[in-house]
Write a protein that binds this ligand. Structure first.
Ligand SMILES: *[C@@H]1O[C@H](CO)[C@@H](O)[C@H](O)[C@H]1NC(C)=O
Ligand SMILES: *[C@@H]1O[C@H](CO)[C@@H](O)[C@H](O)[C@H]1NC(C)=O
Ligand SMILES: *[C@@H]1O[C@H](CO)[C@@H](O)[C@H](O)[C@H]1NC(C)=O
Ligand SMILES: *[C@@H]1O[C@H](CO)[C@@H](O)[C@H](O)[C@H]1NC(C)=O
Ligand SMILES: *[C@@H]1O[C@H](CO)[C@@H](O)[C@H](O)[C@H]1NC(C)=O
Ligand SMILES: *[C@@H]1O[C@H](CO)[C@@H](O)[C@H](O)[C@H]1NC(C)=O
Length: 407
């Protein structure tokens, strides 16, 4: 079931003792992604999660459900196509690895087009950062693509317009009472669009907003034990914290695992951009909480504080793959190879455990065992961002010299 171990580049000067799941490089990945790309609805809609129960719709269990472009997850399928283009660059396109089946770059470009109208009007709040992902990839390929430049800068301006200097954050969700200023931990992921636009324009305001949001969140969202609150509500006119609570977690004071994984990635990313050691320390604390609170089977539960029974506590495969990417990033930024190794080994363990549990050849998604939103009974699904971060982790491992392309 697992591929042998491959060693090693100068980037990561240590030997791994555990194997990397062969499924990360399976030809089922391009097969499934291409099948989805070829059957997107017209006018375009994007997959978000898979059908969970037979009677829910015409789809069968494991089939993608599609959402209009003005949805927070719409960027993930186009950026998945760009990730397969990256994989072709890393691995070459053959019929054996399945990558010769399509022109992934053209598919990524074509499917991104449906996002462009959202630059000027959308209802996704802070999640414009996620919508910008395919355009950021486009700019890595063609830095002068004006459509992509405009998209990234406009999405960054959208997020910047949600910044409130009294609170010191960008607003995540809109609320009926505008003085109720809601910030969720997920928002840490969306700061990346500010950094990319700052890199393109040199606009210091964007950098200042990213840093201020991260510092305020460090203070109010993270508990002394390194766990996170999902939601912090501030008063927009006074800046005081009104309450801390959950939205998608088990309890108001629990730690929702996907939020924790967004936070690991988000603070590692802040450290990458600033080299401020406070962000490194924070990313380590968040990662330590995540890893030391895993159950003995190594499967990421949807909420770290949800009881095992009843009902049976489901996993969240997306939290596992997002955390794996956060840990790989943290591992690559650490101050010494030994310190980095700890996080990289943990990332590979997460990928092994979630592959063993969730790899689901008969579904349209790659992985099962996603929990979209447990409180509203949306669980046991594939999830488009879980799959994206799974593929991306495979690419990262190749780039870091820890895996070869063959399964
Ligand atoms: C520029 O980027 C957009 C959006 O990603 C894409 O649709 C378009 O094909 C690209 N243009 C060129 C010339 O590559
Ligand atoms: C920098 O970005 C901010 C936030 O989007 C914007 O208000 C400001 O006009 C920008 N400055 C310049 C010089 O473009
Ligand atoms: C915020 O504070 C203002 C001024 O004290 C008050 O009028 C408003 O109701 C508060 N909003 C919330 C959501 O607590
Ligand atoms: C969180 O607290 C609010 C206010 O007390 C309550 O209405 C809500 O049900 C609580 N949520 C959970 C998941 O316990
Ligand atoms: C959450 O609050 C409940 C009720 O006060 C308490 O029993 C529980 O230990 C708390 N859980 C955590 C993780 O702090
Ligand atoms: C994993 O997913 C399968 C298929 O939906 C389900 O039967 C199983 O209970 C899930 N396990 C966990 C731990 O979530």
């Amino acid at each position: 079931m697992y591929a042998p171990i491959y060693l090693l580049s100068a980037l990561v000067p240590f030997a791994l003792s555990q194997s990397i799941p062969a499924q990360l490089f399976s030809n089922l990945i391009p097969q499934k992604v291409l099948a989805t790309a070829e059957s997107l609805p017209a006018p375009i809609q994007y997959p978000q999660y898979t059908n969970e129960v037979e009677p829910l719709s015409d789809a069968t269990i494991g089939d993608w459900l599609y959402f209009v472009p003005d949805t927070w997850t719409s960027g993930f399928f186009p950026v998945t196509l760009y990730a397969l283009n990256t994989r072709v660059k890393l691995c070459g396109a053959t019929s054996r690895n399945g990558l010769s089946a399509a022109d992934w770059l053209n598919l990524g470009r074509a499917t991104s087009n449906g996002l462009i109208p959202l630059e000027l009007q959308n209802t996704v709040g802070h999640d414009v950062g996620f919508l910008s992902f395919p355009f950021v990839e486009e700019l890595a390929i063609n830095p002068t693509n004006q459509t992509a430049l405009t998209a990234v800068n406009q999405f960054a301006a959208d997020l910047a317009a949600r910044f409130n200097p009294i609170v010191g954050c960008t607003r995540s969700w809109d609320t009926a009472d505008p003085t109720d200023f809601t910030v969720i931990i997920d928002n840490m992921m969306n700061l990346e669009v500010l950094w990319v636009s700052y890199g393109l324009t040199g606009n210091e305001t964007l950098r200042h907003i990213a840093i201020t949001h991260a510092d305020t969140t460090m203070k109010n969202h993270i508990r002394p034990d390194g766990s996170t609150w999902h939601v912090v509500e501030y008063n927009s006119t006074t800046g005081v914290v009104i309450r801390k609570r959950t939205d998608q977690g088990y309890a108001n004071n629990s730690t929702w695992s996907r939020g924790q994984s967004w936070a690991i990635y988000g603070y590692a990313n802040m450290y990458q951009h600033t080299k401020d050691p406070n962000y490194l320390t924070t990313a380590r604390r968040l990662a330590d909480y995540f890893l030391t609170n895993l159950p003995s089977d190594g499967i990421v539960p949807w909420d770290f504080n949800a009881p095992l029974l009843p009902p049976p506590r489901p996993a969240d495969s997306s939290a596992a793959t997002i955390a794996a990417n956060g840990l790989l990033l943290l591992g690559s930024l650490e101050t010494s190879p030994a310190a980095g190794q700890k996080w990289i080994v943990a990332a590979i363990n997460l990928l092994n455990r979630i592959t063993a549990l969730g790899w689901q050849p008969s579904w349209q998604s790659l992985l099962a065992n996603g929990t979209v939103n447990w409180p509203v009974n949306n669980l046991l699904t594939g999830i488009v961002y879980g799959d994206y971060y799974y593929i991306r982790a495979g690419n990262q491992l190749i780039t870091m010299g820890l895996a070869t392309c063959s399964g």
